[in-house]
Design a protein around this ligand. Sequence first.
Ligand code: SAM
Length: 233
Amino acid sequence: MKLMQKVEAGQKTHWNDMFTQNPAFFGDEPSGFGRSSLDLFRNEGVRSVLELGCGQGRDTFLFARNGLGVTALDYSEIAVSIVKEKAHTAELASRIHAQTHNVKKPLPFPDSSFDACYSHMLLCMELSTLEISFILRETHRVLKPGGLVVYSVRSNFDKQFRTGIHLSEDMYKIGGFVIHFFTEEKIKKMAMGYDVLEIERIEEGSLPRDLFVVTLRKAACLELSSPLSRPGG
Ligand SMILES: C[S@@+](CC[C@H](N)C(=O)[O-])C[C@H]1O[C@@H](n2cnc3c(N)ncnc32)[C@H](O)[C@@H]1O
């Protein structure tokens, strides 16, 4: 097995272990980012959300309880089984469809399937810049015209940036987790095919984590809307 494949397998096992040991690893309450995204989804008339890296579903359930249909993906089988069980217990199984999926692979959905794509701290996991660009191309494909991508990532202002073991790019292994830290410039460069509506910084958790929260809108044309392809972009 090549080194990065080993790292990937190790990360998945690590997440499975964390979710097995702690039934609410990120807490029982929805995240602040989830709540503000719900407001945006309401204002935009979003009905269907694809969530990448749902974990134990703290935001999945917020969206579903508020009437949205959520397709929730995670590569952790433990996370997905927890979300499925909780959805059944909460009688929300008709609104929550959870399935295992590694986002390094093509999304298993037809083009133009969703109104929005949401991910909270998924893109800053053990994913290279190339893999993140691939994911954003896939979300572009499965979004309906004008659909939204709303995501959060750990920022280069985070106090854990450049700590732990350096792996590659801006990726570090810290306390067992591989984290890819983002600059604002990187976010803009990777927004190919989207209009950048907002990039903000927030803090979350007791650490606290310093996050960029990003709102993109699928643009009609992949190339022309890239900030890099615009004069002066
Ligand atoms: C930082 S946690 C965030 C979980 C959830 N979004 C939340 O905020 O509660 C990252 C999640 O992404 C999942 N994940 C990491 N790499 C993944 C990959 N390549 N494909 C799918 N899921 C992945 C992990 O299993 C974990 O549930």
